[in-house]
Design a protein around this ligand. Structure first.
Ligand SMILES: [Fe+2]
Ligand SMILES: [Fe+2]
Length: 355
């Protein structure tokens, strides 16, 4: 039994993987067609040209002129996304040695490695905007750039690994599928690949929970407890409500963002309800009920004050996550030095051959 939101066309959420594929086809077609909006003429106003490309739903590429604020917004967003992939390895990495079977270990190890890969694509996408990976890592280590607040919660039981896959990776996909059509080419392309991999993550989490809920009473209780703890922090992953969201309007105009925080949160809730039923778990929200006129579920909002506290550094694991990352970075110094030395040696060899 697997999660049902990504392949089935009639699934709640409308087949998110189908949307990823459609975005990929659109991207390929646009590349084959070439730009309908030609290169800017010598007298053309660059800002007007930029607006035309966005208006025509074409991609802005690294060498194109772009407003400084667009560049900065993208750097901030892509960096925060990359940092989240890397920090997000910690809560699950914590369970690799304790996964209940060799098969579970292998699957979890592959999943955590995928997250490292996502971080890599995203740092590479950010670098095309003129900032180096070293600078980005430094901004994470000194706390000037953020990562998703969800990773500041602890993973107390094996069921938490299931809940993270099902809910946290699930929320990430709902957030990221529209980014496959983001106006900035390198980010859109990275997102297509990331989303395809995330769909496996979501399914493995769902499958862990399904196994537990069909096991002993204690296993089922463990799964319910994980859902109880992860539900509201997962809803908070979509950010503050639209009324308080500072960056949304401009990002929508630039076609970086396509849907508001509240629209995506609603989509996620609607998707999860049926899946929770299949799992036999109860979403911990007494206010959750179908609203016939909206054709969506009414639900209780997460505690946004708590979200702000965790973002500001006061979550259960903020300090632990940052310290772990700093230590891993320091311990990796020799690897980076060795890689630089190896590259220099190879370049020297090549030069000798060419001479
Ligand atoms: Fe990821
Ligand atoms: Fe993931």
């Amino acid at each position: 039994m697997y999660g049902n939101d990504f392949s089935a066309e009639d699934a709640p959420g409308g087949g998110l993987l189908g949307e990823v594929e459609a975005a990929e086809v659109a991207l390929r077609e646009a590349a084959e067609r070439g730009r309908r909006v030609g290169a800017p003429g010598p007298d053309q106003d660059l800002a007007a040209y930029f607006a035309e490309v966005i208006e025509a739903d074409q991609k802005i590429e690294p060498r194109d002129w772009m407003p400084e604020a667009y560049r900065k917004t993208l750097i901030r967003q892509i960096a925060q996304h990359a940092h989240s992939e890397i920090i997000g390895m910690q809560p699950e990495g914590n369970w690799i040695s304790r996964a209940p079977s060799l098969k579970r270990k292998a699957i979890l190890l592959a999943k955590v490695q995928d997250e490292a890969g996502h971080g890599l694509y995203l740092y590479a996408a950010a670098e095309t905007l003129g900032i180096s990976r070293d600078e980005l890592v430094e901004l994470l280590l000194n706390g000037r750039q953020k990562y998703s607040s969800i990773f500041n919660y602890p993973t107390l039981t094996w069921a938490d690994v299931g809940a993270i896959g099902w809910l946290v990776d699930g929320a990430a996909i709902v957030n990221q599928v529209p980014l496959c059509r983001c106006s900035y080419g390198p980010y859109a392309r990275a997102m297509i690949r990331v989303c395809k991999e995330e769909s496996f993550h979501q399914r493995q989490g769902f499958e862990i929970l399904h196994t537990l809920t069909h096991g002993t009473g204690a296993q089922k209780a463990m799964a319910q407890d994980a859902l109880d703890r992860w539900w509201y922090p997962s809803l908070a992953m979509f950010g503050p409500p639209d009324t308080d969201s500072t960056h949304s309007a401009q990002s929508m105009a630039w076609k970086i963002k396509r849907f508001s925080n509240d629209e995506l949160r609603q989509r996620f809730v609607d998707m999860c309800v049926q899946q929770a039923e299949i799992l036999g778990l109860t979403i911990p929200d007494p206010g959750l009920r179908w609203n016939e006129s909206r054709q969506s579920y009414d639900f209780t909002q997460p505690d946004y004050d708590e979200l702000m506290r965790v973002i500001k550094g006061d979550g259960p694991c903020n300090r632990q996550r940052a310290e772990h990352r700093r230590r891993a970075h320091d311990e990796g110094t020799w690897v980076r030095e060795a890689a630089v030395a190896y590259a220099a040696k190879r370049a020297e060899k090549k030069e000798k051959v060419a001479a």
